[in-house]
Design a binder for this molecule. Structure first.
Ligand code: BV8
Ligand code: ZN
Length: 240
């Protein structure tokens, strides 16, 4: 039996299917990945920009990078992989979707049960008070707080920052219920997200992986589907 059919059978027999996505699912929407050959971090070092230290040292540089990404993401549209997952939510195949992406493309495709573990690139929060807001236009310069005038920052999770506890609680509820996790387009390097599939495995669940290359998770996958998410997800959908 080929891998695709085996994966489809596992999806059909799943009682509680959840999905974990990374930057690879948005690659075919022209959102650059982080670590691929044309990855975002290639031009910049992740540790130079997506950290609280970088922001306090040079908020201008960090905001230039986020504004550049916002402008890029504003022109991107969901691809067939995002649409397939949105349809699977509607027809009950998929119970919840955990994404590491901050590009909002799952919501744009119509998914609603989305847990954005690293936040949303369009949201801002104050570096001093509790002010928080969401923009649809890219930032200009360093936005300041209308309440206390301090610098605003992107409300995303940077390296060295822990994920919001409310988000972690939601994730553990989903992981405990899951008997199957479909992992799409992540290099499985960033913690704690990279460990989520292993938690499902440890409780007797199955891991399906869709990626154009092998990752540190491939050894634990029950099925590894090698290829582009935008092509494989519709093929899987045909078999369900
Ligand atoms: C935490 C949000 C602790 C912002 C991001 C050693 C040194 C320093 C730190 C650490 C360390 N060891 C562990 C850490 C902790 C660190 C970490 O994991 N570092 C790694 C890199 C070693 N983690 C953290 O700091 C996390 N917090 O641990 O807190 C703590 C605990 C308690 C109290 C206080 C603190 C926070 C991590 C979150 C960082 N924020 N982004 C922003 O986006 O601007 S991470 C960033 O990487 C993105 O969110 C991205 O999603 C994420 C993961 O990358 P991927 O999504 O996997 O993307 P990538 O490009 O890597 O891979 C793409 C994949 O797709 C590839 O496999 C490719 O083959 C595939 N692909 C490409 N095209 C396709 C495809 N697949 C299918 N189809 C295609 N067409
Ligand atoms: Zn403020």
């Amino acid at each position: 039996m080929n891998h695709l059919q085996k994966a489809a059978d596992l999806l059909l027999n799943a009682e509680y299917l959840i999905v974990l996505t990374g930057a690879g699912i948005s690659k075919e929407s022209n959102v650059p990945t982080f670590r691929g050959k044309d990855g975002l971090w290639k031009q910049y070092n992740a540790m130079d920009l997506a950290t609280p230290q970088a922001f306090s040292q040079d908020p201008q540089l960090v905001w230039e990078w986020y504004t550049w990404r916002q402008k890029l993401i504003a022109t991107c549209i969901p691809n067939p992989a995002h649409h397939t997952l949105a349809n699977w939510e509607k027809n009950g195949t998929l119970k919840s979707l955990i994404t590491q992406n901050v590009d909002g493309l799952h919501r744009k495709a119509g998914s609603t049960k989305v847990i954005e573990v690293h936040g949303d690139i369009w949201t801002l929060k104050c570096t001093r008070c509790s002010f928080h807001s969401r923009k649809t236009e890219p930032a200009e310069g360093i936005p300041t707080c209308p309440t206390c005038n301090a610098n605003l920052r992107p409300d995303v999770v940077w390296f060295g920052e822990s994920l919001p506890s409310m988000i972690m609680d939601q994730i553990f509820v989903e992981l405990q219920k899951a008997d199957t996790i479909l992992v799409i387009g992540t290099s499985a390097l960033v913690q704690p997200a990279a460990s989520f599939p292993l938690l499902v495995k440890r409780q007797g669940g199955r891991i399906l992986e869709v990626n154009i290359e092998e990752t540190p998770l491939t050894f634990a996958a029950d099925v590894h589907l090698s290829g582009k998410a935008g092509e494989i997800l519709p093929q899987l959908d045909q078999l369900l």
